[in-house]
Design a protein around this ligand. Structure first.
Ligand code: HEM
Length: 440
């Protein structure tokens, strides 16, 4: 897509993994074994909890009616017997502060699972945005370990997965995390120790160990045969699927990637997902125009440059030339309409998908000429040939007609009537020469 887009915030969260401009999602699952509360809950694993939460949210989907699917309804369903454990509330609480009008909980959860799996050296799964959150609980329907194989097959069929896909999806899901005695004492006993307060027994290397007979998966070899659902599911095609996975890890990863993608993209029939997000090579970040006390206009914000080449990985961002050239509101350009964006160590950031650098903009714009768009000329080498990034041809659009003034705006806390008192200031250009500050 071209900038700006309703999916800009999700593209940022997808692309920027840590450091400047990051959402904190990847930090929450780094290292792969990271447990909730910055590691204060041993035996629990955020990656596993997000993946299980996404599956339980999706698992109520009905492919006949098109209702349910990944729609965030899990937030209203955490006290159901089919949703045992703290994982669901912990996951909902982590993503809640990241929700905005542009970022639904269900999109953030799907994105979180994709980033977490990638960060755990799992398969790459494309992220398609556009999920809409439910406003109430849906019907129940998450498979439970004490149910029969026939019930599980029927539940997966309702969710849109055939019997072979059921085996593969369960095997994929049950590669991270494990079964916790505190939540499933009917399946595990005696695992709780001071070092393992939740009594987790990990799934570990699911296909290989299942086939060679060394599995510790408590849903295969648990003492309670009634809750050994993985044993029944994995054996349901004469072990063919699991045998294939044990023989080829590449095949296992690629099947997992496909099926997890389908799982995350199972949404209500009324929801249309957008195209898969790919990191934009050059993108403005948090641009703002500030109307200052002396009547000037100050352009601030950042330019982000992303690449996957060897040059991108090897560059020293302090040496990179990054130049903004803008067009005024009359469509004119002039040699004076340019500024250099600069790097500083506070702008350091990383991406799971390549190399990323941010540069700081701080430029004066003549209020009588204004700004309507800009292009970015840049290079990885100090004296390398410049690349012109013009946002697909038209430049990066930036209007100076109505400008939100963050520094002059404020709001109070939510009061007893569930409302917020706010003073919103905008700078309005009422003639081509005199920007005016307006209080709403
Ligand atoms: C018949 C289907 C399934 C049954 C009966 C089932 C059952 C269970 C049970 C009993 C646990 C232990 C939970 C705990 O103690 O915290 C568990 C864990 C887990 N399940 Fe499933 N599951 C099924 C399918 C799936 C699928 C399709 C996925 C994802 C693709 C999945 C992902 C997970 C994950 C990631 C965990 C580990 C959670 C953690 O460590 O916190 N499960 N499952």
């Amino acid at each position: 897509y071209t900038w700006p887009s309703p999916f800009d915030a999700l593209e940022d969260a997808y692309t920027v993994s840590s450091g400047f401009g990051s959402s904190g999602i990847v930090d929450e699952v780094t290292p792969c074994s990271q447990s909730p509360g910055s590691g204060s809950a041993p035996g629990r694993q955020n990656t596993a909890e997000w993946l299980r939460t996404a599956y339980h949210d999706m698992a109520t989907y009905n492919s006949t009616t098109g209702l349910g699917g990944l729609d965030g309804s899990i937030g209203f369903e955490t006290n159901r017997p089919e949703n045992v454990g703290s994982a669901f509330n912990t996951t909902v609480s982590f993503f809640a502060p990241l929700q905005t009008a542009q970022t639904s909980f269900s999109d953030l959860l799907a994105l979180g699972v994709i980033l977490a799996i990638k960060n755990c050296a799992g398969p790459s799964v494309a992220f398609r945005p556009g999920r809409i959150d439910a406003t109430e609980a849906g019907p129940p329907g998450v498979p439970q370990p004490q149910e029969s194989l026939q019930t599980h097959i029927a539940e997966f069929a309702r969710q849109g997965f055939n019997a072979t896909e059921m085996i593969a999806l369960v095997a994929c899901g049950h590669t991270v995390g494990g079964v916790h005695e505190v939540d499933f004492p009917q399946s595990i006993q005696g695992a709780i120790t001071p070092d393992n307060p939740d009594g987790v027994v990990h799934f570990d290397n699911i296909a290989t160990q299942y086939i060679n007979g060394s599995t510790v998966d408590q849903l295969v070899v648990g003492f309670n045969h009634t809750t050994n659902s993985d044993a029944a599911i994995f054996a349901s095609d004469g072990n063919q699927t699991m045998l294939g996975f044990a023989q080829s890890n590449d095949d296992f990863l690629s099947r997992c990637g496909d099926l997890l993608g389908r799982m995350l993209n199972t949404v209500p029939a009324s929801v249309e997902l957008g195209d898969a997000i790919e990191p934009l090579p050059v993108k403005p970040y948090q641009l703002s125009l500030v109307f200052n006390a002396t009547g000037g206009l100050q352009l601030t914000g950042n330019i982000r440059i992303f690449g996957t080449s060897a040059a991108a990985a090897a560059t020293n961002p302090a040496d990179m030339p990054v130049q903004l050239l803008w067009t005024d509101r009359h469509g004119e350009t002039s040699p004076s309409y340019s500024t250099t964006a600069t790097w500083g160590s506070f702008l350091e950031a990383t991406s799971l998908f390549g190399s990323i650098q941010f540069f700081d903009i701080n430029a004066f714009i003549d209020p009588s000429a204004g700004i309507s768009s800009f292009v970015v000329d840049w290079a990885y080498d100090a004296d390398g040939p410049l690349t012109k990034s013009d946002n697909g041809g038209g430049g990066f659009p930036f209007q100076d007609v109505v400008i939100f003034q963050r520094v002059n705006s404020c709001h109070g806390a939510v009061n007893e009537n569930s409302t917020i008192n706010a003073v919103v200031c905008i700078c309005l250009r009422i003639s081509s020469h005199t920007p005016e500050l307006l209080r709403l």
